[in-house]
Design a protein around this ligand. Structure first.
Ligand code: ZN
Length: 486
C-alpha cells in the first residue's frame, strides 16, 4: 500500500441479536425457515397493529454495551426512521436516533485477531478502535430477485438488530479485519449474537477515504456494500484503497458514491452516486415509551461473562502457557472451554495446549469437523498428557493413541490397554534388552568407548526396536550409558 496517503475507514456493523422472538412482536426468529411463516399483523405493518418491546433484546444490547466499555445513558428512546422500500411495509423503521442505548466504548485489537499473514507486521499493536454508539432497531424483510419476478420474505422483518458504529479510527484493511474479528468474538462470548457474516447475522457497511499524508481535511468518503465475510471486507478495502489512490494520483476527483464489491471478480463497481444526504424525518415513536435503563444495567452486570481479553490474561497467569497460545485458545469461547476442562487434571497444561493447538485443531480441520462435533472428550486430552508425563507411553505412542481417539472417541487408557502400547519402564526388562543389544553390537560399543557419542543413539535405537517401541527411551538411555561406562 502507498505510504504517501492516509487511509481512513469507519465501519457500521449490524448484528442480529440472539433472541427467541422479534423486536416488537411475538413471532419466532428462525434462520432458514419456510418464507413468510413467521409473521403477524405487527411485523407485516398492518394498520392498527401495535408494537411491544422485547425485553431480552434490550438486555442483550446493554450487555454488549458493558462488554464494549460503553456508557449506558439513563434513558433511551425509539424513533421512526421514515423511508419507503418494498421490504419495509410500515414505510418507517423503528430505530433509535438521538437517544441510543449505548454511547462511546471501544474494541481492543489483539495479535491473533489480525489475518494470519499480517500478524508479523502489525502497524499499531494494542490499538483500540473507538465506538461512537450502539443502538437497537428492527430488521427489514428480505427481497429475492428471481428471473422474471421478485419475492419478499417477511420472516426477517422485525428481527432485533444492533447497529454498532465505529469512529473512523481504522487505518488499513488488516485493522478492519482485526476489528471485525475482535468484535465478533466479544458478541459470541456474551451470547449476544452468533454474528455469522455468511448467514447474514452480522452485516457491515464500510466507509473508506484516502488523503495525501499530512492533509488535515478528509478525502471523499466512499461506501462499500455487499460484503459477506470478514476476509471479503479486507479484500474489498485493499482493492478500493488502491483504486482511490491511483485515481487521485492521476488527477481525478472522487465523487461520494456507493460501490458494490464483487468477490468473484475481486473488484468494486459503481452502484450509485450520493447526490444529497437522505432526510429520514426522524420523530419519536408515539407507540413506544422511553426506557429507563437502570434495571437493565443491573441485570446485565449480574450476568456478565468473562471478556476474551481477561481470559487470555488468566490463561497465561494460571496455566503458564505462552501469550500466543492463550490468544489462540481464547479466540474461540468453546475452544477455551475445552482447554480448561482438559487441563483440569493434567500436570502439564502447556502440553495440553500443544495437543489442542497442534494436533486437535488440525485433525478437526482435516476431518472438516466443528469442535462441537469433536469425537474426543476434553478430559481425554488431559488423560493423554498424564500418560505421557508419567512415562506410561512415549510421546510417539501418544500420537498413535491420539489418532485412535479421533476415530473411536475412546479414552486413551483404554486404547493403550487394547493396543498393548504400554511403555516398559520396568528397569529389569529394559536391562535385559540393553544386555542383548550390547552383546550383539560389539563394534558400536567399541565406537562409543573410543569417544563416538553418536554410537549411543544407535544402540538406544536398537533397544527401542527390540522392545517394539515400548521401552521408555529415557530409562533405556540411562541404563545403556551406565552399562557402557562399566
Ligand atoms: Zn410478528
Amino acid at each position: 500500500m502507498s505510504t504517501e496517503y492516509t487511509v481512513t475507514i469507519g465501519l457500521e456493523v449490524h448484528a442480529q441479536l440472539k433472541t427467541k422472538s422479534k423486536m416488537f412482536c411475538g413471532c419466532k426468529v428462525e434462520y432458514g425457515a419456510e418464507p413468510n411463516t413467521h409473521t403477524c399483523p405487527t411485523c407485516l405493518g398492518l394498520p392498527g397493529a401495535l408494537p411491544a418491546m422485547n425485553g431480552e433484546a434490550l438486555r442483550l444490547t446493554v450487555r454488549a454495551g458493558l462488554m464494549l466499555d460503553c456508557n449506558i445513558p439513563e434513558v433511551c428512546k425509539f424513533d421512526r426512521k421514515n423511508y419507503y422500500y418494498p421490504d419495509m411495509p410500515k414505510n418507517y423503521q423503528i430505530s433509535q436516533y438521538d437517544q441510543p442505548l449505548c454511547l462511546g466504548g471501544g474494541v481492543p485489537l489483539h495479535e491473533t485477531a489480525y489475518p494470519k499473514d499480517a500478524q508479523k507486521t502489525i502497524a499499531a499493536l494494542g490499538k483500540t478502535i473507538r465506538l461512537t454508539r450502539i443502538h437497537l432497531e428492527e430488521d427489514v424483510a428480505k427481497s429475492f430477485h428471481l428471473e422474471s419476478s421478485s419475492g419478499i420474505d417477511f420472516n426477517r422483518a422485525g428481527t432485533p438488530l444492533m447497529e454498532i458504529v465505529s469512529e473512523a479510527d481504522i487505518a488499513s484493511p488488516e485493522e478492519a479485519f482485526a476489528y471485525l474479528t475482535a468484535l465478533r468474538q466479544i458478541l459470541v462470548y456474551g451470547d449476544i449474537s452468533d454474528a455469522d457474516m455468511e448467514k447474514g447475522q452480522m452485516r457491515c457497511d464500510v466507509n473508506v477515504s484516502v488523503r495525501p499524508l499530512g492533509q488535515k481535511e478528509y478525502g471523499t468518503k466512499i461506501e462499500l456494500k455487499n460484503l459477506n465475510s470478514i476476509s471479503g471486507v479486507r479484500r474489498a478495502l485493499a482493492f478500493e484503497i488502491e483504486r482511490q489512490i491511483a485515481f487521485v494520483k492521476a488527477g481525478g476527483k472522487l465523487d461520494q458514491e456507493t460501490r458494490r464489491w464483487d468477490d468473484d471478480r475481486g473488484e468494486t463497481t459503481l452502484m450509485r452516486i450520493k447526490e444529497s444526504a437522505h432526510d429520514y424525518r426522524y420523530f419519536p415513536d408515539p407507540d413506544l415509551l422511553p426506557v429507563r435503563t437502570a434495571k437493565l444495567v443491573e441485570d446485565a452486570k449480574a450476568g456478565m461473562p468473562e471478556l476474551p481479553q481477561a481470559k487470555r490474561e488468566r490463561f497465561v497467569a494460571d496455566f503458564g502457557i505462552s501469550e500466543y497460545d492463550a490468544a489462540v485458545l481464547a479466540d474461540d469461547a468453546s475452544l477455551a472451554d475445552f482447554f480448561e476442562k482438559a487441563s483440569k487434571d493434567s500436570p502439564k497444561p502447556k502440553s495440553v495446549a500443544n495437543w489442542i493447538i497442534n494436533d486437535l485443531l488440525s485433525a478437526l480441520s482435516a476431518a472438516s469437523l466443528d469442535l462441537s462435533a469433536c469425537p474426543i472428550q476434553p478430559a481425554s486430552i488431559g488423560e493423554l498428557t498424564v500418560l505421557i508425563e508419567g512415562g506410561t507411553i512415549s510421546g510417539r505412542q501418544g500420537k498413535e493413541v491420539f489418532a485412535e481417539m479421533m476415530v473411536s472417541g475412546k479414552a486413551p487408557a483404554i486404547i493403550v490397554e487394547e493396543k498393548g502400547l504400554k511403555q516398559v519402564s520396568d528397569t529389569g526388562a529394559i536391562e535385559a534388552f540393553c544386555d542383548e543389544v550390547i552383546n550383539a553390537n560389539p563394534a558400536s560399543v567399541a565406537d562409543f568407548k573410543s569417544g563416538k557419542e553418536a554410537a549411543l543413539n544407535f544402540l538406544k535405537g536398537q533397544v527401542m526396536k527390540l522392545s517394539k517401541g515400548k521401552a521408555n527411551p529415557a530409562v533405556a538411555g540411562e541404563i545403556l550409558a551406565k552399562k557402557l561406562a562399566q
